[in-house]
Design a protein around this ligand. Structure first.
Ligand code: ZN
Ligand code: ZN
Length: 328
């Protein structure tokens, strides 16, 4: 059953969707549109819902939940367990909290929910025949462990002076700008690895784990096969050559993990007492989960538009992509 929430629900396949056709971020476009780009960068949908919260979480992690970097020079169980424990706790609070609020307690009903199809229960495709249990298992057992292992290796390398460093004290502007650049780099990297994952063998053995989730929730975000986790997290390899800091790596990893949790919520926004307080879901990626052969990247860099796999949410785009017509 659908529960229309406003006049934009007239497009039948969805309970709710943003204005269509989707436009994409007006930042890396030609000809340049500087004013529009600036407005987008300062918008609720980017700055206040993704960039600022994850910068804050990374700062909190670095200053309150991280042992001194000098301690990381030796691989010892104490500080490694701190990294694992904090990441586990952050994941349980953020993904668990969003799941309970939106899907278990249904605190905002179907308001700004893309589709009302429920998460799978008694479904043999999922571990324990339950989508949430299945998604939590892949996310926590593989996702959080590999995320933590990568952070540990980077912290260990920084502590031993093995990586190029960018310091706030000497280059504050570049230091801050790197936080802004990471989401765009990650978007382009995701497009490339996601196209690879849709190759026949990698899809069958690896990416199918993620695509069993057609209806999606917060725990679906990094519900992936370990090989996909490694490919997805390999976005941080840029810091092996680009002067950065441990704080940038922590931010980058949290953006990868929590960005996916948030964008798979199934709801466009967090609505509290009738007011939109935070942008959550990503309709662009929701289209990928439903139609499969479209929208491989994230919406920050418009590689799908340039390569002909862009689905703008309209019925015409569904027909065009179904015909395999790449002449966008
Ligand atoms: Zn896919
Ligand atoms: Zn997904």
């Amino acid at each position: 059953m659908t529960t229309p929430t406003d006049e934009r629900t007239s497009y039948a396949p969805w309970n709710w969707h943003p204005p269509l056709p989707l436009e994409g971020a007006p930042v890396l476009v030609f000809p340049p549109r500087p004013l529009k780009a600036l407005r987008w960068l300062l918008s609720v949908g980017f700055l206040w819902s993704f960039l600022a919260p994850y910068t804050a979480t990374a700062l909190l992690t670095w200053f309150l939940l991280q042992q001194p970097l000098a301690d990381c020079a030796v691989l010892a169980p104490g500080w490694i367990l701190v990294v694992l424990g904090r990441n586990l706790a952050l994941m349980l609070v953020i993904a668990g909290g969003l799941h309970l609020y939106l899907h278990r307690w249904r605190r905002q009903g179907s308001t700004h929910r893309y589709e009302t199809r429920e998460l799978g229960r008694n479904d043999p495709r999922f571990l324990g025949r339950d989508q949430v249990i299945d998604n939590m298992a892949w996310s926590l057992v593989s996702g959080v462990v590999l995320w933590s292992a990568i952070e540990v290796l980077f912290l260990h390398a920084y502590a031993n002076g093995a990586l190029p460093v960018l310091a706030w004290s000497t280059h504050p502007i570049w230091f801050a700008a790197l936080f802004l650049a990471i989401p765009f780099w990650q978007s382009a990297h995701f497009f490339v690895i996601h196209r690879l994952l849709h190759g026949r063998a990698l899809y069958r053995w690896v990416h199918a784990v993620h695509h069993r989730n057609v209806a999606i929730g917060p725990w679906s975000g990094i519900s992936m096969h370990p090989v996909e986790h490694l490919l997805y997290f390999s976005s941080v390899a840029i810091h092996l050559v680009l002067p950065s800091s441990p704080l940038h790596v922590i931010f980058h990893m949290q953006f990868l993990v929590f960005g996916a949790v948030q964008s798979h919520c199934g709801f466009a926004d967090l609505v509290v007492r009738g007011r939109r307080t935070l942008a959550l879901g990503d309709f662009f990626h929701q289209l990928h989960h439903r139609y499969f052969n479209c929208n491989y990247g994230a919406d920050y860099v418009q590689l799908d538009r340039w390569s002909g796999s862009f689905h703008d949410g309209t019925a015409e785009a569904t027909r065009r992509l179904a015909r395999g017509n790449r002449g966008d």
